[in-house]
Design a protein around this ligand. Structure first.
Ligand code: MN
Length: 198
């Protein structure tokens, strides 16, 4: 089965004005579609053809890795947003307090990583191998799908993610994304990880 563009969990204009319909149409509808099309072209007739996307990311390298990781990262990013963002839930809140001191301190560290990351890439909140929350950034397409690491949240740092709505102002983009994060989904990813570890 070729990979196809998943349905967004919200309408294409639902995140406006924080993220415009034009950005969703280009970023989700065109950039992500292009990565998916390239993955389909590259896996056709190979051992990767029947694998789920995360397995393609884990097992591939080179051009296939770049396109598969970009596809996976984008799906994960857009699935982490909601027009009805609520405060961080109690389980995740406790871990943020333990590992960052406060939600505000966590937000500041995340923001600093977004602002200081050079060129294209992704910033992540992960649970690391030791069960600690950590903020990391990756270059270009690189994903955080790795053994023992649970990606909880990612933010796209490629210019195409923010140039339509914010031009070169990455800080404004971060402020907008922060208001759109679906913390319930982020926390559910944590629960899945804990369940897997039992
Ligand atoms: Mn992107």
């Amino acid at each position: 089965m070729p990979f196809s563009l998943p349905t967004l969990p919200y309408a294409s204009d639902a995140l406006a004005p924080l993220m415009s319909k034009e950005t969703i149409d280009y970023h989700y509808g065109r950039h992500l579609q292009t990565y998916i099309d390239k993955v389909n072209a590259l896996v056709a007739g190979t051992e990767f053809e029947e694998l789920p996307l995360d397995e393609v990311v884990r097992r591939s390298e080179g051009g296939l890795y770049n396109n598969a990781a970009q596809a996976w990262n984008h799906i994960f990013f857009f699935d982490s947003l909601t027009p009805q963002s609520k405060p961080v839930g109690t389980g995740l809140h406790a871990l943020i307090l333990r590992d960052f001191g406060s939600v505000e301190a966590f937000r500041e560290q995340l923001c600093q990583r977004v602002l200081t990351h050079f060129a294209s890439g992704w910033v992540w909140l992960i649970m690391d191998c030791d069960g600690k929350l950590a903020i990391v950034s990756t270059q270009d397409a690189q994903s955080m799908l790795a053994d023992g690491v649970t990606p909880l949240l990612t933010i796209d740092l490629w210019e195409h993610a923010y140039y339509i709505d914010h031009r070169n102002r990455r800080a404004d983009y971060f402020e907008a994304v922060w208001q759109l994060i679906d913390w319930e989904k982020v926390e559910n990813r944590l629960n899945l990880n804990l369940f897997d570890g039992l």
